[in-house]
Design a protein around this ligand. Structure first.
Ligand SMILES: Nc1ncnc2c1ncn2[C@@H]1O[C@H](COP(=O)(O)OP(=O)(O)OP(=O)(O)O)[C@@H](O)[C@H]1O
Length: 311
């Protein structure tokens, strides 16, 4: 868990972040959301000490981050940025192995780990391990960046517009795959985005910022249905149809039925995720299950009907 208390950053006279107090829960994805220039990136970079705060404190599991040497801190915090910045002269395998190699970890184990990570992010190790970054598409490079950030198995991942440079289709695909990875790894993730739709699809919690201050912290559902200020209502309303879907769980929509081979989602997942999965897989229904087994199906037409009735 990461705690910010009274965090402030000034650039000369200009205040970029002001009196920011909030907790990023362990094992969850929290989105730092807000309009351009509201202080998201500055906040993220203060967490791994790429930027030093002017005032306030940051703690990681109770330990003051400002008392940890930056190199040690960054080993515990993977960092993924837009346009990932792979080393062009190194192979993909060597790029992923950067941190384990720096730490002089066993070469054979590292090699095995690199292959596992490439597999995890959807790149066949035999095809990609020895390629150079320039031979990969933007989306593939972004996957390598995620693999590299995971290589030291850090408990925390900081991500700054990680999918921002991708076209909408590649972006949505990688978002969903990343959610699958997170289901298995349960990292504590802080993700900067200005995209409401990305935040409600991916985040367990959203910290909505405005002009350096926190406007509201809560689940996507809380921000949508209980906005704390007119700013929150306006900001979240910009993507109204999709935000509505994020507020409805599949448990509320599921109808009895069975569909062989349909993608399976949990009854606690929301309708926005179901829509993304249908678009990704080119199917018009998903199966829904809870801990007791398959409950039934939700069809694309159910989602369309919802959108119409809520306009
Ligand atoms: N090195 C710097 N020197 C001076 N001002 C800066 C510096 N870095 C950021 N700022 C200012 O601080 C404010 C917050 O910037 P920040 O990059 O954190 O915003 P952001 O919410 O991440 O924006 P975006 O979504 O556009 O990246 C902005 O007004 C920006 O102009």
């Amino acid at each position: 868990m990461i705690e910010l208390k009274g965090l402030q950053k000034k650039y000369g006279e200009r205040t970029a972040v002001e009196d920011l107090t909030l907790t990023f829960p362990a094992g969850k994805i929290t989105a730092l959301l807000g309009p351009s220039g509201c202080g998201k990136t500055t906040t993220l970079r203060m967490i791994n000490r790429l930027i030093e705060p002017t005032a306030g404190s940051i703690s990681l599991n109770g330990q003051n981050v400002l008392g940890i040497r930056p190199e040690v801190l960054r080993r515990n915090m993977g960092y993924v940025i837009q346009r990932i910045g792979l080393f062009p002269h190194l192979t993909i395998g060597q790029n992923v192995a950067t941190v384990p190699d720096l730490l002089k970890q066993d070469r054979k184990q590292t090699r095995q780990k690199v292959d596992e990570l490439l597999q995890l992010v959807g790149l066949d190790p035999d095809l990609f391990r020895d390629k150079k970054p320039a031979e990969l598409s933007g989306g593939q490079q972004q996957r390598v960046g995620v693999a590299r950030a995971l290589a030291a198995d850090p408990p925390v991942l900081l991500m700054d517009e990680p999918f921002g440079a991708l076209d909408p289709i590649a972006r949505e695909k990688l978002q969903l795959e990343f959610l699958d990875i997170q289901k298995r790894l349960s990292k504590t993730i802080v993700m900067v985005t200005h995209d409401i739709s990305e935040a409600i699809l991916m985040a367990d919690c959203i910290a909505l910022m405005n002009e350096g201050r926190l406007e509201q912290f809560g689940t996507p559902d809380e921000l949508i249905h209980q906005p704390a200020s007119p700013f929150v209502r306006r900001f979240m309303g910009e993507d109204a149809v999709l935000t509505q879907l994020a507020g409805i769980s599949l448990a509320e929509l599921v109808k009895p039925g069975h569909l062989e081979g349909a993608p399976v989602l949990s009854s606690s997942d929301h309708a926005r995720l179901a829509l993304s999965v249908m678009l990704r897989d080119g199917v018009d229904a998903v199966a829904v299950q809870d801990h007791s087994g398959v409950l039934g199906v939700v069809h694309y037409s159910d989602l369309l009907h919802l959108q119409r009735s809520q306009k």
